[in-house]
Design a binder for this molecule. Structure first.
Ligand SMILES: Nc1ncnc2c1ncn2[C@@H]1O[C@H](COP(=O)(O)OP(=O)(O)OP(=O)(O)O)[C@@H](O)[C@H]1O
Length: 622
C-alpha cells in the first residue's frame, strides 16, 4: 500500500473530532481530572465510617429520636436558646470592646496604664467565672446602693438600690463580659505584636496620628492573627454561658436539665442541646470564614474565590478565547483599555515601560525657590555602649541631592532615621529650614515635642524604606491616599485624583488597584515613592531604596529618583550604587564608624578622595 493511498484512506475514515482537531478546535475534548488511588481509598473509608455512625445513631431506638423531635422546637427550649444567644452576643461584644481597650493600654508607653491593664488581666483570668458571677449577684450585700455624685457635697446624679439595678441577667452579662475581656485582651495583644515593626515605622513616618495608626494600619493587620483564636474564644463563651445556671437563669443547657429531671428522658434532651450547639457553632464558623476573608485582603497573592463568586462563575456563560480577544479589541477602540504597558511583562514590556516612566516622570514640577535645607549639627547617638553616630555635622542645601556612602554598620541608616526623628539623638540637633526636628526651642532650651507634634512635622519629611514597608492590606492607590486624607484633610475624590496622577508618574497607572504582594519589588518601591510624594514633602529620604531589588529592577527605581532629583526636591539617599551617586548627587558623604570622614562633590570624592579609608572603600566597591 503506497503512502498516498494511506493518506487518502485516513481522510476517508477521519471522524468529525479528527477534523475539528485539524482546525485547531479542541472544544469537544472532555477533561478527566487526575486520579489519586490513595484519595479514593480514603474517601471510601470515610463513607463507610459515616454510614456506620449514622446506622448506629438512627437505628438504635434508645437514642429516642421521637422525644428529640417533640422537644427540639418546644417553647421553653427556644426561650433558653434565645437567652444563650443573647448572653453570647453581649458577652462577646462588651468583652472584645473592653478587651481591645485593655490590649491597647497594655502595649501603651505609659507604665501606669500598662500596669493597670496587666493587673486586671491577672485578676480576672485567675477568678473562676462561677465565683465572679456569684460575687456580682451578691453585690447588693457588699454595696447597698449604686451612687454617682460629687463626694462631700449634696450633688447626686443618680442613686439606686444595687439589687434593683443588677438583676441576675445583668450580673450574667457583666460577669461574662469582664471575664471575656481579660482573655480577649491577650488575644488582641498577641495580634498587635504580630504586626511587623516596619509597618509601625511606615505609619509613623507618614505622620499618621496614633489612633489612626491603631485603627487603620495595626488592628486590620493584627486581625489575621486575632480572628482564629477570637472565634475559638467566642465558641467557648457560647458553651460557657451554661455557667449562669448558678444564677438560676434558664439558658439552653439549664432548661434542658430542668426538663429531663422531670421526664427522665436524659439522652434525647441532651441531644436537643447538642444539636442546637452544633447549629450555633456552624453559623459562627461561616461568619468566621467570611470575616477572616475580609481581613485577608492583600495577604495572599491569589486569594481563593468566594462561594458566591464560584457560583456566579458557573452561572455566567463561558467566554471563548476569541470572545476575549474581540472584547479587548473593542475596549481598545473605545479607549478604555490600559494604555500603559505592564511592568515586568517580558523584555519588550519592561523597555517600553521604563521609557514611559522617563517620559512621565519628566513632568515632576520644578520648585521655584527650593525649600528643605537640612542642618545636622554635632549629632551623636549610642545604642548601649555602641556609639553609632559620633559628632556628625553636615549641611544639605535646599533642592540638592546628597548620597551617603559607607561600609555596612557605619551608621548611615541611623543618620537618615535621625533626620526623620524615627531615631532620637543623644546629642546635637537636626533642623530643616531652620526648624528643629523633634524639639521646640525656647531660648537655650530644647523641649522634645510630643509625639502628636512630631508626627505633624514628619509630613514635611518623606521616607522610602529599603524593604518598601507598604501596607499590605491596602491597594497601591489606598497606600498613597491614606496619609493625605488623614493628615492633610484632603477629600477622598481629590486624594484619589492626585494618587492616580502620582502612580502614573512612577509608571504604575495600571496597578492602582493591585495589592503590594501582587507587585514586583521594583513596582512596590515605586508605589512607596508615590506614597512618600503624596504628602508633598520638603525633603525625601531614601534608605538603600534598591538594595532589596533584583538587579534588573534597580534601574526602574533609579530612573524615578533621577527625575525627582531634577525636580528640586531635597533628596538624601543612602546607597551602594556608586554609578548612580556619581551621576545624580550634588554632594557625596562618606561615613565610617559613625563619623563623617569626608564630604564633597562626586567628582572630588570619587576621583581625589582626601581620606585613605574613602579610597580603600571605593577601590573595593568600584
Ligand atoms: N536599634 C538598635 N539597637 C542596637 N544597635 C543598633 C540598632 N540599630 C542599629 N544598631 C547598630 O548600629 C550600627 C549602625 O547601624 P546602621 O543601620 O545605621 O548602619 P548602616 O551603615 O546603615 O548599615 P547597612 O549599610 O548595613 O544598612 C550597627 O552596628 C547596628 O548593629
Amino acid at each position: 500500500m503506497s503512502a498516498s493511498t494511506d493518506f487518502a484512506d485516513f481522510k476517508k475514515i477521519a471522524s468529525p473530532q479528527t477534523e475539528a482537531r485539524a482546525r485547531g478546535d479542541y472544544s469537544h475534548y472532555r477533561v478527566v481530572p487526575a486520579r489519586y488511588p490513595a484519595r479514593t481509598v480514603g474517601t471510601v473509608f470515610s463513607l463507610v465510617i459515616i454510614a456506620a455512625v449514622l446506622n448506629s445513631v438512627l437505628g438504635n431506638p434508645r437514642w429516642g429520636w421521637d422525644v428529640f423531635a417533640e422537644w427540639f422546637f418546644a417553647a421553653p427550649v427556644l426561650e433558653g436558646l434565645a437567652r444563650t444567644l443573647v448572653l453570647t452576643l453581649l458577652g462577646a461584644l462588651f468583652g472584645f470592646a473592653f478587651g481591645t481597650v485593655l490590649a491597647l493600654a497594655r502595649v501603651s508607653r505609659s507604665p501606669l496604664l500598662s500596669g493597670l491593664s496587666w493587673t486586671y488581666i491577672w485578676i480576672f483570668r485567675s477568678i473562676p467565672l462561677i465565683v465572679l458571677l456569684l460575687i456580682l449577684n451578691n453585690l447588693g450585700y457588699l454595696y447597698e446602693t449604686v451612687w454617682l455624685g460629687v463626694p462631700y457635697t449634696d450633688i447626686t446624679f443618680f442613686s439606686y438600690a444595687t439589687t434593683q439595678l443588677i438583676s441576675p441577667f445583668t450580673a450574667a452579662v457583666i460577669g461574662l463580659a469582664l471575664n471575656q475581656a481579660a482573655f480577649a485582651s491577650e488575644i488582641i495583644r498577641g495580634g498587635i505584636l504580630s504586626v511587623d515593626q516596619g509597618q509601625l515605622e511606615a505609619a509613623a513616618a507618614l505622620g499618621l496620628p496614633r489612633t489612626h495608626q491603631a485603627r487603620r494600619i495595626i488592628l486590620p493587620q493584627a486581625m489575621r492573627t486575632i480572628l482564629p483564636t477570637a472565634f475559638n474564644d467566642i465558641i467557648g463563651l457560647a458553651k460557657g454561658t451554661s455557667n449562669v445556671y448558678i444564677l438560676a437563669l434558664p439558658e439552653l443547657f439549664y432548661t434542658i436539665q430542668v426538663i429531663y429531671r422531670r421526664n427522665l428522658e436524659v439522652i434525647p434532651l441532651l441531644m436537643v442541646a447538642t444539636v442546637w450547639y452544633l447549629i450555633i457553632l456552624t453559623v459562627l464558623s461561616i461568619v468566621q470564614a467570611q470575616v477572616e476573608r475580609h481581613f485577608a485582603r492583600g495577604a495572599l497573592r491569589n486569594p481563593p474565590p468566594t462561594l458566591l463568586s464560584l457560583l456566579l462563575a458557573r452561572l455566567r456563560p463561558h467566554q471563548t478565547a476569541q470572545e476575549v480577544t474581540e472584547r479587548r479589541a473593542e475596549a481598545a477602540e473605545r479607549g478604555t483599555a490600559p494604555t500603559l504597558p505592564a511592568m515586568g511583562s517580558g523584555l519588550h514590556g519592561r523597555v517600553s515601560a521604563v521609557s514611559e516612566v522617563r517620559r512621565q516622570a519628566a513632568a515632576f514640577p520644578r520648585r521655584q525657590g527650593a525649600v528643605g535645607e537640612i542642618t545636622i549639627h554635632q549629632v551623636s547617638k549610642s545604642f548601649g555602649h555602641l556609639k553609632v553616630l559620633d559628632d556628625v555635622t553636615l549641611s544639605v542645601a535646599a533642592g540638592s541631592v546628597t548620597a551617603i556612602l559607607g561600609q555596612s554598620g557605619s551608621g548611615k541608616s541611623t543618620l537618615l532615621r535621625a533626620i526623620n526623628h524615627l531615631e532620637r539623638v543623644d546629642d546635637g540637633f537636626i533642623a530643616i529650614d531652620g526648624e528643629l526636628v523633634g524639639y521646640r526651642q525656647e531660648g537655650d532650651t530644647l523641649y522634645e515635642l510630643k509625639e502628636r507634634d512630631i508626627l505633624r512635622r514628619r509630613i514635611e519629611i518623606g521616607m522610602v524604606f529599603q524593604t518598601f514597608n507598604l501596607f499590605p492590606h491596602l491597594t497601591a492607590l489606598e497606600n498613597v491616599i491614606e496619609a493625605p486624607m488623614a493628615v492633610r484633610g484632603i477629600g477622598r475624590a481629590e486624594a484619589e485624583a492626585e494618587a492616580h496622577d502620582l502612580l502614573a508618574r512612577v509608571g504604575l497607572a495600571d496597578k492602582a488597584l493591585a495589592y503590594p504582594r501582587q507587585l514586583s519589588g521594583g513596582q512596590q518601591q515605586r508605589v512607596a515613592i508615590a506614597r512618600a510624594l503624596a504628602l508633598k514633602p520638603k525633603v525625601l529620604l531614601f534608605d538603600e531604596p534598591t538594595s532589596a531589588l533584583d538587579p534588573e529592577l534597580v534601574n526602574e527605581v533609579l530612573d524615578v529618583i533621577k527625575e525627582l532629583a531634577r525636580s528640586g526636591t531635597t533628596l538624601v539617599i543612602v546607597t551602594h550604587e556608586i554609578g548612580f551617586a556619581r551621576e545624580v548627587a550634588d554632594q557625596v558623604v562618606f561615613m565610617e564608624r559613625g563619623r563623617v570622614l569626608e564630604t564633597g562633590t562626586p567628582e572630588k570624592v570619587f576621583n581625589r578622595p582626601d581620606h585613605v579609608r574613602t579610597a580603600e572603600f571605593l577601590a573595593k566597591v568600584l
